[in-house]
Design a protein around this ligand. Sequence first.
Ligand code: C5P
Length: 395
Amino acid sequence: MPRSGREVILGIGGGIAAYKACDLLRRLQDAGFLVTVVPTPAALNFVGSATWEALSGRRVYSQVWENVPDVAHVALAEKANYILIAPATADLIARLAHGRADDLLTNVVLASDVPKILVPAMHPNMWRNQATQANVTTLRSRGFHIIDPDIGRLTGPDSGVGRFPETGRILKEFYELIGYLDDLKGKRILVTAGGTREAIDPVRYIGNRSSGKQGFAIAQAAIARGAEVHLIAANCNLPDIPGVAMTSVESASELERALAREFPSADALIMCAAVADARPVQTSDRKIKKEFLTEISLVANPDLLASLKASKKPGQRIIGFAAETQDLESNATVKLTGKGLDLIYVNDVSQGAIFGSDFTSGIIIDKTGPLLTLDNVSKDTLAHVLLDQLLRQIG
Ligand code: C5P
């Protein structure tokens, strides 16, 4: 299977700004990146492994002599899509410029061919020193991207050039470098979220456990990447997303009408909503007395995706979702074909709760077969990975 496209190695050099990289790690995760932290041994004097492991949810090593059977430097280098080193100290920059491999991070950098971005932070005298400047020039000439340090207050009483930039600036430059900002500009993305409710009477309904979190995460990710986003939300108790146009629906037939209105002008539909398979044949407009509530006759709801298949225009893309407990791949492939989908994400619900959780495990499948397997990633990450795959298809 190919790399997820969102694996970042966050290298931490041994400077006081290491504590600010905790926030950077969090913001990268919010943007759907999967982050492995590789601190230098010196960096652990400022922020310890426990903090990095707790924040990243992944094991943290700093030496090649730890975790030897996994050959960690090669495994990490092969998995990574980007290496971001923040803070990069004068010593780390010098070691990188000389091709040294005396800790895990420098080994990973040497073994990897992906974009490498450095965020230097140090005292102004060290930054301006000819040796550091020569090393930075060498690294630039070898394709490293250097995010210039800020000018401002330093750790001690003095100030000058060498301050670790604010997280927002690092992310902005990082996103620009990797072409992530606004990569969905000009695209109209329609997302459905939540679960439909089919009224029995004014009080009771047939519903399901879908929280809407996944659909909201997709709408949030798409708007952050510059798309025009319309979200059709079925019974979601979640805050509005600034900039996202929203339609609230309750039942499958309301969802069907909203889709008929919005789908024709969309470049892509991401159909996260869990549609009730059936609805009561009749809805009582008065509360049914409990002694008469012994039987409810049902009629099947139409398959909304399957009905959209006929009206799909060339160039439009549809992503569907499935929840399965077994034979994930074969069951999802049948749905992909039957519903005329371009991609399907099949949730592995065999381990219990996905509904309402912030995490998900499953497989992304297209007409050629399985593309990616995701293991316990955040719904934000899945949102971005799906948008990456969509972008690959719509160009
Ligand atoms: O058939 P199943 O319900 O497992 O398929 C799930 C996918 O089909 C989801 O994307 C869901 O939104 C969509 N669906 C639909 N109409 C239905 C049932 C499901 O569009 N009646």
